[in-house]
Design a protein around this ligand. Structure first.
Ligand code: F0G
Length: 405
């Protein structure tokens, strides 16, 4: 019997609990973020692995989703789920990229190959299902673009209104176009993503359901990417898992996945998680290097990787805990390094948006500094599709075009 899930404050020295469908985003006692606590009940690890594998051959809507296939470790819904068959993305080997980074065993988990072209769909199916379950009619998020696109699509699918707060002129045109196409109301906020998020959270309309990654249900969906990855690796984790860091919801989600996989006996050891930020938006990397215990926000974040142009990441505590739990590290890379890495991922025929390329640039940097061995097994998470920011690509190649004419 699977036990009933509940919400708990993620701050270990607080730990206050809440009813699962409470709709709270922060702890009423200490103000920190909440997390969903799940328990698979009596299912043993080999039974879970067998059931999850068998579902891959089923056409049932829940089984066909790469998120809900793992539902023993998710909150349970008797009601309708809002899904578009997200997840189930391949693990692709990069050969030119591996050579460029100076490593021998590099694979990409391409979460950009999801319905709206980013990993946000994994969180959105879970968050939107919860929104619908609680009777929400309007959902909202602040976004650098991808969350907005995913929210707009899943709200449309679930029959809800969508409102997205974007930093004016800073989200890529492709992402804005998606949000518009899916019928979202777009609110442009002057300033950064951080300001857009503040603005949204201060708009106190309690009838609106907030779906940023501080929403614990989003984290539940996103964590399943690691269940799927471990399954693809035959439940033998790689040495390193490398992820881009923006608001740090995704690294928190992956950290939660590893805690649960280990606790429930599905894996014996965990990969070292490496978070890579862009140098102009690197509060966690700065904190990591300085040994400080509190995050100092970057006031004016600036990077070509607009998806992660974030100066005050809300999930930093959870992400830091995940890095520590896995024995990983945090680093940062320059815009030029991101550009070169992105071009190499393209040359492997894989492609991604700039924020995702921080991973490859980070691997190269850590290999060159001797922190990563050249024969380490590495999985880099690509978070967004190559078509998410076409203006960036055209601009980067403009010089070549000019020569050709
Ligand atoms: N990669 C891409 C392509 C993203 O869109 C984001 C975040 C990240 C990495 C970083 O993930 O915030 O969980 O650390 N995009 C958010 C958005 C902020 O609004 O689309 P994170």
């Amino acid at each position: 019997m699977k036990l009933q899930s509940f919400l708990r404050c993620s701050r270990r020295d607080c730990g206050r609990t809440y009813e699962l469908h409470d709709r709270a985003l922060a702890c009423a006692s200490c103000g920190d973020l909440l997390e969903v606590v799940v328990d698979p009940g009596e299912s043993n690890p080999s039974e879970l692995k067998r059931v999850w594998r068998e579902r891959r051959t089923s056409w049932d809507e829940r089984d066909a989703s790469g998120v809900w296939r793992f539902r023993e470790l998710l909150p349970t819904y008797g009601a309708e789920i809002v899904t578009m068959g997200e997840g189930n993305v391949p693990l692709v080997r990069g050969s030119k990229t591996a050579q460029w980074a100076g490593v021998l065993d590099l694979r990409f988990k391409h979460l950009g190959w999801n319905p709206t072209g980013s990993f946000k769909d994994l969180g959105m199916t879970a968050g939107m299902t919860e929104a619908k379950f609680t009777g929400a009619t309007t959902v909202a998020c602040a976004s650098t673009g991808n969350t907005a696109a995913a929210l707009a699509a899943y709200a449309a699918k679930g029959g809800m209104n969508a409102r997205v707060y974007l930093p004016a002129g800073q989200a890529s045109a492709n992402k804005l176009a998606q949000a518009l196409d899916f019928g979202a109301e777009v609110v442009q906020i002057s300033g950064s993503f951080d300001r857009a998020l503040d603005e949204m959270l201060q708009g106190t309309d309690r009838n609106v359901y907030f779906l940023n990654s501080i929403n614990p249900f989003r984290i539940e969906g996103q964590k399943t990417a690691m269940f799927e990855l471990m399954e693809q690796c035959g439940w033998q984790p790689p040495d390193y898992l490398v992820v881009p860091g923006g608001n740090l919801g995704n690294s928190s989600a992956f950290g939660k996945a590893f805690v649960e996989l280990k606790r429930f006996g599905l894996i014996d050891n965990v990969p070292k998680m490496v978070i890579v930020q862009a140098e102009g938006a690197n509060p966690l990397a700065r904190m990591w290097r300085s040994g400080r215990t509190e995050l100092e926000a970057v006031a004016m974040p600036e990077t070509v990787a607009t998806a992660i142009r974030i100066g005050n990441p809300r999930s930093w505590r959870k992400a830091l805990e995940a890095v520590r739990f896995t024995g990983g590290t945090v680093t940062d890379v320059t815009d030029e390094e991101i550009g070169e890495a992105k071009a190499m991922i393209g040359r492997d025929g894989i492609g991604c948006e700039p924020a995702s390329a921080t991973t490859l640039a980070g691997i190269r940097k850590l290999q060159q500094s001797g922190e990563i061995d050249k024969d380490a097994k590495i999985v880099a998470v690509l978070t967004g599709h190559v078509l998410k920011d076409t203006e960036y690509i055209i601009k980067r190649h403009e010089r070549l075009y000019a020569q050709a004419v």
